[in-house]
Design a protein around this ligand. Structure first.
Ligand SMILES: C[S@@+](CC[C@H](N)C(=O)[O-])C[C@H]1O[C@@H](n2cnc3c(N)ncnc32)[C@H](O)[C@@H]1O
Length: 220
């Protein structure tokens, strides 16, 4: 009945997206008491993807307080197969003890785009063979995100999942004028490597909005 009673104007999800971003509610969001700077709609989506994909390796670029790494580890433990979460940040000075002491998370203090990070991922792939779920949430400039995507290129295989977060910046739809960011990095990557990924549009659009528009990618 509600489906018939509800008459959308078409702008609800974009307005909610802008409200969510511009009120900084995402900065007041916690997972098990640890700051987790995400959209809760995306987090639910990630939980569903992880359960379906059952990866052996979660790779996160951009740790901050550690809330998202802890979220991934908690979900993965519930799934029950052996796994590791690798979380890379240029500095772990904000990393909270509740996340730092998690036995299934490897925290690496480094720029995300250096060869040593790729080597670390390769070692973890050897130790934890299987699918990979990777998420880019570090420096949101176009050049950095593009470099991260290229670093992951030889490391991801068909069926692996890549989330490029904060493609909402630069007017997609928040912070117009911010400058080229993740959204533009995805476009540039796809121009260079048009056959690497398909877009998981169904998941991207499932909850009506996401901080990763155009950024739900499945490796072909
Ligand atoms: C948006 S925060 C990460 C939020 C976290 N994933 C969460 O959901 O709570 C971005 C993080 O990226 C880190 N960072 C910035 N540039 C980086 C780089 N080149 N390599 C790795 N980490 C970087 C920052 O120090 C910051 O902690």
């Amino acid at each position: 009945m509600a489906v018939y009673a509800y008459q959308p104007t078409g702008s609800e999800s974009e307005e909610y997206h802008k409200w969510y971003f511009n009120t900084f509610v995402w900065k007041k969001t916690t997972w098990m008491g640890v700051n987790c700077w995400k959209s809760v709609a995306d987090m639910w989506n990630y939980q569903e993807i992880l359960f379906e994909l059952k990866p052996s390796l979660v790779i996160e670029f951009g740790t901050a307080h550690g809330g998202s790494a802890l979220f991934f580890a908690n979900i993965m433990r519930q799934i029950g197969a052996p796994f590791k979460v690798l979380s890379v940040d240029i500095t772990h000075e904000r990393l909270e003890p509740a996340a730092r002491r998690d036995p299934d998370i490897v925290f690496v203090e480094s720029r995300s785009t250096v060869p040593a990070v790729a080597e670390h991922i390769q070692r973890l792939k050897n130790d934890f063979p299987g699918k990979i779920f990777a998420i880019l949430d570090s420096d949101h400039t176009k050049d950095n995100v593009l470099a991260e995507m290229k670093l992951l290129r030889p490391l991801l295989s068909a069926g692996d999942y890549l989330i490029v977060e904060d493609s909402t910046l630069n007017g997609h739809p928040v912070l117009p004028g911010w400058g080229p960011g993740p959204y533009e990095a995805i476009e540039a990557y796809e121009q260079e490597f048009p056959d690497d990924y398909t877009h998981d549009v169904e998941r991207e659009t499932k909850f009506g909005w996401t901080f990763a528009p155009h950024g739900y990618l499945i490796r072909t």
